[in-house]
Ligand binder design. Sequence first.
Ligand code: PGA
Length: 234
Amino acid sequence: MKKIVCKDYEEMSAMAADVIAFQIKSKPDSVIGFATGSTPVGAYKRLVEMDLDFSRITSFNLDEYYPLERDNPQSYYRFMHDNLFGLVNIPDGNINIPDGECENPIAECEDYDKKLIKIGGTDLQILGIGNNGHIAFIEPNDDLPLATGVFELDDDTIAANSRFFENAGDVPKKALSMGLRGIFNSRHILLLISGKAKANAVKRLLDETVSTQAPASLLKLHPKVTVIMTEDTQ
Ligand code: PGA
């Protein structure tokens, strides 16, 4: 695991955008796994400013709340379109985001997993980390899921994400999310971490143990992970 410590959010975002841009320029038909949340927003803004060619990029997002309409301002579908996909030339048909409106979430997840396996995993997977150490919506637990599935959000996650909703009660209790296999099948994982609230999760990420109670700690087992973090997370 390669660790880069930045002085602030701007520096982290600039470095992250450079890593993603390098991937796109060196392999114009890359398969990229995108993350949502507040952390990657600055990197996406810079990517848009770089005016890169996304015409042959295929994207797979990590997750989506369930159930939630695409047009809900808090859907990850909206987030991705507002922050990146609507601002670059990626074809609609190349975009994959679990469908928070689907009628059969289990079939939707199976289908998403099959697509991920068929394409051979992502070239680059962007990740954030939850205050509780989750990645995607893989929450701390004794057993962790390998496949894309319908996962329950932890109370911690609901509390953390309620800042985006009018009321904590509006945060969906479930999500459709990649499992560990989808994430680990990536050839390069780019983990972005910013802010003091992540300090505990970072400790578990950087220590010499792995635990399913700190899902991000398992990333130590992946052969190519780049962590770009701000210094206040340590
Ligand atoms: P954040 O979320 O970027 O909004 O902090 C990260 C996460 O929960 O994985």
